[in-house]
Design a protein around this ligand. Structure first.
Ligand code: NAD
Length: 451
């Protein structure tokens, strides 16, 4: 049971002894609460905020966050120093992480426009522009998550987004954790919306008297947040987009004989402590019974010493250890699962990384625990979950920009490509299209030698 005191252990499968369907079934993510039910709760909240603005936003914050003393749902920058009082060691940690995340995302800038001459005189180009206004959702609930504020805010700053709005549910006393205010200040946020859930998403999507409307909403959150993001992005009157679908966080560790059991267990547990719905998978490549047992013993010993042991117990109860005979088989399973976080504790992890087709972020070798990427290395921690790593990238600089294409033809260029255009316009029976070329070619003919 969830609150038992028995051994904390993942379900173990030796893949060669099982039918492939059994393994696939074991790797299935736990199904989430019915989206229909969540949508039915979220839809009226969004409508209220769209119709009644600040008044509705505040009343939901009073209800869900119990922050009944709150009288204004927004802090506008500049944020007072008194709201960001922090111990120097926390400031230093945030500053180091900020700088590493900034460096890695700044390197993702495309400095020069792409330019290609597809035919003589026919030049196509593509250039990048920031999304003007972004809304960043930083989950609240019980946890304090300045790292999520950094992961969403720093790339927005680097991309050059003009208006950065940060939303996070306040504590019951109506205040925000000072770490989040400090990060908002560092990334140059225009305002902080003191609200959570569907009401915060609705306020940023539609705008209210005091909340600025944004063009894109990014950030993780619970199922109410995710459902609200899906609803507003499908509502053409909101004119807003979102980063990606989100589900519970997950990790997959591939460990071979070179892996240290204590290290493997510590990575599995860093994920398991996120919540009971976290997914934790370990693939042991060609390990003996004794070696698999060593990982399991470490997992139990380290887990029972954790403050969040109950959370861990829940997560581990639906997590799996797969023992494969070969690395090939492990990689095949991992690519099919498409984990949010993939940890390679194998010999020559950099060579193995070449064979990864689907994953949010890959952590290579014994000295790269997932937690360095979660906080401070510089890579982003807002990543696709639930198998969406098959088609989505994690948050990156590209999430905050759009590309504009352009074409520029010379008269010679139009002569070169015009025939193809006119013929296709004819096929599609779009006569005005055809004539737009013809009229120019004729003009060139009539004005030959004159210009
Ligand atoms: P949250 O900020 O996502 O949600 C809080 C809001 O939920 C409240 O403001 C309220 O509006 C809404 N809510 C709660 N109960 C409701 C109800 N019955 N009806 C309508 N609305 C309701 O905070 P949380 O709930 O603590 O969830 C945090 C989530 O974020 C977790 O799922 C966690 O896994 C995820 N997370 C992900 C990352 C990441 O980077 N992948 C990081 C941190 C957290």
């Amino acid at each position: 049971g969830l609150n038992g005191h028995g051994r904390i252990q993942m379900r173990r499968y030796v893949t060669k002894d099982e039918a492939p369907e059994t393994i696939l079934e074991a790797l299935k993510r736990p199904s989430q609460r019915s989206t229909d039910k969540i949508m039915a709760i979220v839809r009226p909240i969004i409508n209220d905020v769209r119709e009644q603005g600040d008044r509705a936003l505040l009343s939901y914050t009073h209800k869900f966050e119990k922050a009944t003393s709150l009288t204004s749902p927004v802090f506008k920058a500049p944020f007072p120093e008194s709201l960001m009082q922090l111990p120097p060691e926390t400031i230093e940690a945030i500053d180091i992480s900020f700088e590493n995340i900034r460096k890695f995302h700044a390197a993702q800038r495309e400095e020069k426009p792409l330019e290609v001459e597809t035919m003589p005189g026919v030049v196509c180009s593509r250039f990048v522009r920031p999304i003007e206004r972004v809304g960043l959702y930083v989950p609240g609930g019980t946890a304090v998550l300045p790292s999520t504020a950094l992961m969403l805010g720093v790339p927005a700053m680097v991309a050059g987004c003009k208006t950065i709005v940060l939303a996070s549910p306040p504590r019951a006393d109506g205040k925000l954790t000072p770490e989040i205010v400090y990060v908002a200040h560092k990334v140059g946020a225009e305002s902080i919306v003191l609200a959570g859930g569907a009401q915060a998403v609705a306020a940023m999507a539609h705008g209210t008297e005091s909340v600025s409307k944004v063009d894109k909403i990014l950030g993780p959150g619970n199922q109410f947040v995710t459902a609200a993001k899906m609803l507003v992005s499908n509502d053409t009157t909101a004119e807003v987009s979102i980063d990606m679908p989100a589900g519970p966080s997950e990790v997959l560790v591939i460990a071979d004989k070179t892996a240290l059991p204590a290290f493997v267990a510590s990575d599995l547990l860093s994920q398991a402590e996120h919540g009971v719905d976290s997914q934790v998978v370990c693939i042991a490549v060609d390990l003996s019974e004794q070696q698999v047992r060593a990982i399991e013993d470490e997992l139990h010993a380290q887990a029972t010493a954790l403050p969040r042991v109950d959370m861990v117990r829940g997560a581990i109860s639906h997590s799996v250890m797969l023992v494969t005979q070969t690395l090939d088989e492990a990689l095949e399973l991992s690519n099919a699962y498409a984990p949010e976080h993939l940890i390679l504790q194998v010999a020559d992890s950099i060579a193995v990384r070449e064979r990864i087709m689907n994953a949010g972020s890959v952590f290579c070798g014994p000295w790269t625990p997932e937690s360095v990427g979660d906080y401070s290395a510089g890579v982003n921690h807002s990543l696709p979950t639930y198998g969406y790593a098959k088609q989505y990238s994690g948050v990156n600089l590209g999430s905050y920009v759009k590309h504009i294409t352009s074409s520029h033809l010379t008269a010679e260029g139009l002569k070169n490509v015009g025939g193809a255009v006119m013929q296709l316009a004819k096929v599609e029976e779009l006569e005005a299209h055809r004539r737009a070329v013809e009229i120019r070619l004729k003009w060139m003919e009539d004005n030959k030698g004159r210009s």
